[in-house]
Design a protein around this ligand. Structure first.
Ligand SMILES: NC(=O)c1ccc[n+]([C@@H]2O[C@H](COP(=O)([O-])OP(=O)(O)OC[C@H]3O[C@@H](n4cnc5c(N)ncnc54)[C@H](O)[C@@H]3O)[C@@H](O)[C@H]2O)c1
Ligand SMILES: CC(C)[C@H](C(=O)O)[C@@H](O)C(=O)O
Ligand SMILES: [Mg+2]
Length: 357
């Protein structure tokens, strides 16, 4: 079974190499032959080839079982007048592989409730599955800039959605809700945005005609930002557009206490899935050996579950992470007063020890 690894930039290589150690161990333990091919994406790809998503990378991804990505981007490539950016490589791989559904589970381990800045009784029992639309919306609509006669500039990015793009992500989310606690929340900004009004119309129709067994409700995104940290345990499946999902899930990382805890899966109708932590390249931590590798390790578990039909292997990784947290091991981002922080590779050592036990 062939996996493509896309370490990328910043802490990307540090965390992907740790997830690889876990995958290699799982392969041995369960008798699978896992092969890994590392390819370029992001800033490092710009530096080496001039392109944030070289043709060889996309070809290798297409031929793989699944893809594990670290992160792209960093201050080195932040010049606003540069021809391209690392992030363009990530957007292109999502689009070219048709990965329209980004699943972001927010289910803080009970062993980690002390790491959240929120009160324990607020976080306790939270188990949300976000479905973020990933290949449309304001990220991909018409955009541009033009010089104005007054010497200024006009720039625009446009939120565009078509019925079919909304239908497919909504049905996936609704199917998932049916297998969970049968609650589905759609988040939009229909009081202002025309594209959100289309979401509201399309989703209401499908909910009514095809999913009347679900408890369905709609929440405006600004209010959702508040509900998410005041009553997170009341949500089950949440479905929303590209940018709202991006922002709300970074906010939701304060439920487990750190971005370093949240994995994600990007899936299309067919072909390989792409798995990654939801966080970025954390330039402030890069090269220090202190980044939390657990989001990426948990993303590998999602990869085994969703792209390889290996639920036992995925369960084993998740149980090992849970046991490690239960034993009180913490990287700096999730360490609280009185807890000693361990580094990136030490955290992985602890996970491997659990898997071996
Ligand atoms: N999927 C991706 O590749 C992706 C996602 C988000 C941001 N980015 C890019 O990353 C760069 C940095 O962006 P940013 O600083 O806004 O977001 P970021 O997610 O990299 O970091 C935000 C904060 O979270 C912390 N953090 C992130 N991951 C962590 C981990 N594993 N362990 C401990 N702490 C962690 C960072 O130290 C920082 O304080 C930008 O270029 C951005 O475009 C890439
Ligand atoms: C880096 C950026 C393009 C990306 C996004 O906005 O989708 C990131 O924030 C994410 O959440 O994966
Ligand atoms: Mg993001």
């Amino acid at each position: 079974m062939q996996f493509v690894l896309l370490p990328g930039d910043g802490i990307g290589p540090e965390i992907v190499s740790q997830a690889r150690r876990v995958l290699e161990f799982i392969g041995q333990k369960f008798g699978h032959s896992f092969q890994f091919q590392e390819c370029l994406i992001g800033g490092i790809a710009i530096d080496q080839t001039g392109d944030p998503l070289p043709a060889e990378t996309i070809a290798a991804c297409r031929g793989s079982q699944a893809i594990l990505l670290g992160a792209v981007g960093g201050p080195k490539w932040d010049d606003p007048s540069a021809k391209t950016r690392p992030e363009a490589g990530l957007l292109r791989i999502r689009k070219e592989l048709g990965l329209f559904a980004n699943l972001r589970p927010i289910a803080p381990f009970k062993e980690l409730l002390d790491a959240s800045p929120l009160r324990r009784e607020i976080v306790e029992g939270t188990d949300i599955l976000f479905f973020r639309e990933l290949t449309g919306g304001i990220y991909f609509g018409p955009s541009g800039s033009e010089d104005l006669p007054d010497g200024g500039v006009r720039s625009f990015s446009t939120m565009v959605y078509e019925t079919s793009e909304i239908e497919r992500i909504f049905r996936l989310a609704a199917d998932a809700a049916r297998l969970r606690r049968k609650k589905l929340t759609m988040v939009d900004k229909a009081n202002v945005l025309e594209a959100s009004r289309l979401w509201r119309k399309v989703c209401a129709k499908i909910a009514q005609e095809e999913y009347s067994d679900l408890e369905y409700d709609v929440v405006l995104v600004d209010a959702m930002a508040m509900h998410l940290i005041s009553r997170p345990a009341t949500f089950d499946v949440v479905v929303t557009s590209n940018m709202f999902g991006d922002i709300l899930t970074d906010e939701a990382s304060m439920l487990p206490g750190s971005l370093g805890m949240l994995p994600s899966a990007s899936l299309g109708a067919d072909g390989p899935g792409l798995y990654e932590p939801i966080h970025g390249s954390a330039p402030d931590l890069a090269g220090k050996g202190v980044a939390n590798p657990l989001a990426t390790i948990l993303a590998s578990a999602m990869m085994l579950r969703h792209s390889c039909a290996m639920p036992a292997e995925a369960d084993a990784i998740e149980a090992a992470v849970q046991a490690v947290l239960g034993a009180g091991h913490r990287t700096a981002d999730i360490a609280r007063q009185g807890q000693t922080a361990i580094g990136t590779s030490e955290m992985t050592d602890r996970v491997l020890e659990q898997l071996k036990a």
